[in-house]
Design a protein around this ligand. Structure first.
Ligand code: RB5
Length: 149
């Protein structure tokens, strides 16, 4: 289980960010939440907030991260520029389960314009409660950051 989750969005994901924060506080009170913004629905740039949350992972201040933008695409692309981040864009609970079991994903990306809030909360629940399986999957993860020649 994650100890500390950094959460961030852009304006396109702000509403889900707020709902997911409440959901986590009510259902997973042992998890500390770091809100990396934004603080309202004013138009912002998703890389700024992907970087704010990813910086927490990179610094060891958070072991998990939830990112929401309109599609989940831009914010996950920006987050995955950090070698310490494995952020998975999930649209259903099967993806959330498998990315924890196989990829040991430390980031979950969601699209507020793509999935409904009930699906988003089911995905969040699965993401935070599913453990990494290790074994052959660790060997594969170890190869992810190998630089191409
Ligand atoms: C913002 O309009 C939108 O582009 C953003 O939320 C996201 O969908 C980008 O991938």
């Amino acid at each position: 289980m994650f100890k500390t989750i950094a959460i961030a969005s852009d304006h396109g994901g702000y509403e889900y960010k707020e709902t997911i924060k409440t959901f986590l506080a009510e259902n997973f009170s042992d998890i500390t939440i770091i809100d990396c913004g934004p603080s309202d629905t004013q138009s912002v740039d998703y890389p700024d907030f992907a970087q704010a949350a990813s910086g927490k992972i990179d610094a060891g201040e958070a072991d998990g991260m939830i990112l929401i933008c309109g599609t989940g695409i831009g914010i996950s692309i920006a987050a995955n520029r950090y070698e310490s981040v494995r952020a998975a864009l999930c649209t259903d609970v099967t993806m959330a389960r498998l990315t924890r079991q196989h990829n040991n994903a430390n980031g979950l990306a969601l699209g507020q314009r793509i999935i409904g809030i009930e699906t988003a909360l089911d995905i969040v629940r699965t993401f935070v409660t599913t453990e990494f399986e290790g074994g052959r999957h660790q060997r594969r993860i170890d190869k992810i950051n190998v630089k191409p020649n």
